[in-house]
Write a protein that binds this ligand. Structure first.
Ligand SMILES: C=C(C[SeH])C(=O)N1CCC[C@H]1C(=O)O
Ligand SMILES: [Zn+2]
Length: 599
């Protein structure tokens, strides 16, 4: 047979996959060493291993593209060649590849070591983002203290990396063009294999925007009542520092000051986690037990041995939570600077969802060991957490009092709390890459990085900075994913599809009936211990990226498209309540742009 026949191609793939897995394992080990202990030595080692890996990938790629794979018959062989025919940043000349790697590593270092002084004690200047500032942004009800932390963190993080980020954009675009993409945004979107992907996302946002405007109007009124007109206007933008989160991306931490029915039991497990002596290990064991109750896979011993589940003392590390596949079918890890509270319990489930996906597709060929699309990977843990978060489940595992009532007002409180997490996030999940796509396309230039950022924050989230901003600032650079070059539209996709997954699994578990949605409300569903649901989930997860994501979605939900009806069904009672409440208090729905207001 002539060289490069389909049989030859198949043999070539098998050998190449083994080599690629070996390099991926070495690269992950070097990256882990740096991310978990930021030292010059670990940086140099990471750069060296990354350069070796890139060199191998480039050599292999020159051979790969000689195979006439488009004429092959076997869809699995063709799909692997298709994936391997795009080289990624390894396409850059070695010096530029190393420069790009160095810049992203340095931006992560600046972000991870940023420290500010305490608002109340000017001598204490060792406050890190995690845990100190995260906890204070969640707890403080002092607008001046919140403003101090909001401004100071940005001064120590984003403002310091504006120049590096500009260089990062140029190099990332250069790599994209060498891979025959018009710019990096097109290379990032290839993972969705969907021609009109951006139009689909825009359509989903327009469907969900009314829900966001309702919760925005209600929260603005409650914050106006608490902080007064001089701090929060009745019909304008919400100041970003008052929403319980450094980036205003989810608002769960202001539940207690905006509760619809105060005095009713809060569905917050935090006090019960503390009372029961929870530590990080116990949080992750609780999550593991949920997965095994579904007949999904337990963590291998290496997970407990190699993971970092609490912030180590005495060294710098990247605290932003992450899950790692070491591509040897045995070594899987989480790195999380865990705190003992409900928010961290849900992040732990989020990360364990990544690990479960790794475990389910670990026997796929190397280049299929990824999510059906990146949004699916972000949705696994959150889908499970939708069951875990229910008052019914928290009572079941002893994280809410057994006798805590389930009356309609408590139910509404719970649904509102979930809305502060899931609905509030949607515009942020969208605008992050709306900004970056425009940057990669050159529509947003360094001269207007910050102005365009705040235009999007105003247009989509209806929020404004607590102090005037200028191009001396670089606020996008104060968000981890921007400086770590992690695409973000995956989270918007996740927040939509996780409700489609939840609905399908709840139906399978007999916990939801689409023909009688009021009998078993979707937001009360808990799939715990349903092996039928778990087997259905596993059948999708084990596919990895071996098939286009509509095929994977269809296996589990019967649908082939992203669809907002899952999220809308889950929050239907909340939307009704918010519309009635905002009508009663005569709220303006939406917001008048600040400049219009100042005129
Ligand atoms: C927990 C992770 C690690 Se993939 C994360 O980055 N998330 C989870 C939800 C949104 C996004 C964020 O924190 O910005
Ligand atoms: Zn994630």
């Amino acid at each position: 047979s002539n060289k490069y026949s389909e049989a030859e191609g198949k043999e070539y793939l098998a050998k190449l996959n083994q080599e690629l897995l070996r390099y991926s394992n070495m690269a992950a080990i070097a990256e882990w060493a740096y991310a978990s202990n930021i030292t010059e030595e670990n940086l140099q080692n990471k750069l060296k291993v990354a350069a070796e890996t890139a060199r191998f990938q480039k050599e292999a790629w020159k051979e790969t593209i000689k195979y006439p794979w488009k004429e092959y018959k076997d869809p699995v062989v063709k799909r692997q060649f298709k994936k391997l025919s795009v080289l990624g940043s390894a396409v850059l000349p070695e010096d530029k590849y190393e420069k790009l790697d160095k810049i992203v590593s340095e931006m992560q270092n600046v972000y991870s070591v940023a420290k500010i002084c305490d608002f109340n004690n000017k001598e204490k200047c060792d406050l890190n983002l995690e845990p100190e500032l995260t906890l204070l942004m969640a707890k403080s009800r002092n607008p001046e203290e919140l403003k101090h932390m909001w401004v100071q963190f940005r001064q120590q993080a984003g403002d310091k990396v504006r120049k590096e980020f500009t260089e990062y954009v140029a190099l990332t675009n250069e790599a994209a063009k060498l891979n025959n993409f018009s710019d990096a945004s097109e290379e990032w979107l290839k993972d969705y294999e969907t021609e009109d992907f951006r139009d689909q996302i825009q359509a989903l946002w327009l469907q969900l925007k009314p829900l966001y405007e309702q919760i925005h109007a209600y929260v603005r009124r409650r914050l106006n009542e608490k902080y007064g007109d001089s701090v929060v206007s009745k019909d304008g933008l919400i100041p970003a520092h008052l929403l319980g989160n450094m980036w205003s991306q989810n608002w769960g931490n202001i539940y207690e000051i905006t509760t619809p029915y105060p005095g009713k039991v809060a569905s917050d497990a935090t006090p019960y986690m503390v009372e029961k002596g929870y530590d990080a290990h116990k949080m992750f064991k609780l999550s593991e037990e949920f997965f095994t109750s579904l007949n999904l896979t337990a963590m291998p011993d290496t997970f407990w041995k190699n993971s970092i589940l609490e912030k180590p003392v005495g060294r710098n590390l990247v605290c932003h939570a992450s899950a790692w596949d070491f591509y040897d079918g045995k070594d899987f890890r989480i790195k999380q600077c865990s705190r003992i509270n409900m928010e961290n319990l849900l992040v732990a489930h989020h990360e364990m969802g990544h690990i479960q996906y790794f475990l389910q597709y670990k026997d796929q060929p190397g280049n299929f060991r990824e999510g059906a699309n990146p949004g699916f990977h972000e949705a696994v843990g959150d889908t499970i957490a939708l069951s875990v978060s229910t008052p019914k489940h928290l009572r079941r595992v002893g994280l809410l009092p057994a006798d805590s009532k389930d009356d309609p007002e408590s139910q509404l409180n719970y649904l509102y709390n979930m809305g502060l997490e899931k609905i509030a996030f949607l515009p942020f999940g969208y605008l992050m890459d709306l900004w970056r796509w425009d940057v990669f396309k050159g529509k947003t230039t360094p001269e207007n990085y910050n102005c365009e950022w705040w235009k999007l924050r105003q247009q989509y989230q209806g929020i404004e900075p607590p102090v005037d901003r200028s191009e001396a600032n670089f606020d996008p650079g104060s968000k981890y994913h921007i400086i770590a070059s992690v695409p973000y539209i995956r989270y918007f996709v996740s927040f939509v599809v996780q409700f489609q997954f939840h609905r399908a699994l709840c139906e399978k578990a007999g916990q939801f009936d689409p023909k009688d949605p009021d009998r078993l409300p979707l937001h009360e569903c808990d799939i715990y211990q349903s092996k039928e649901a778990g087997n259905l989930f596993g059948s999708m997860l084990s596919m990895g990226s071996s098939r286009p994501w509509p095929d994977a979605m269809e296996v589990m939900t019967g649908q082939r498209k992203m669809d907002a009806t899952g999220l809308m069904e889950y929050f239907r009672p909340l939307l009704k309540w918010l519309e009635a409440e905002n009508k009663k208090t005569g709220e303006k729905i939406g917001w008048t742009p600040s400049d219009a207001r100042h005129v």
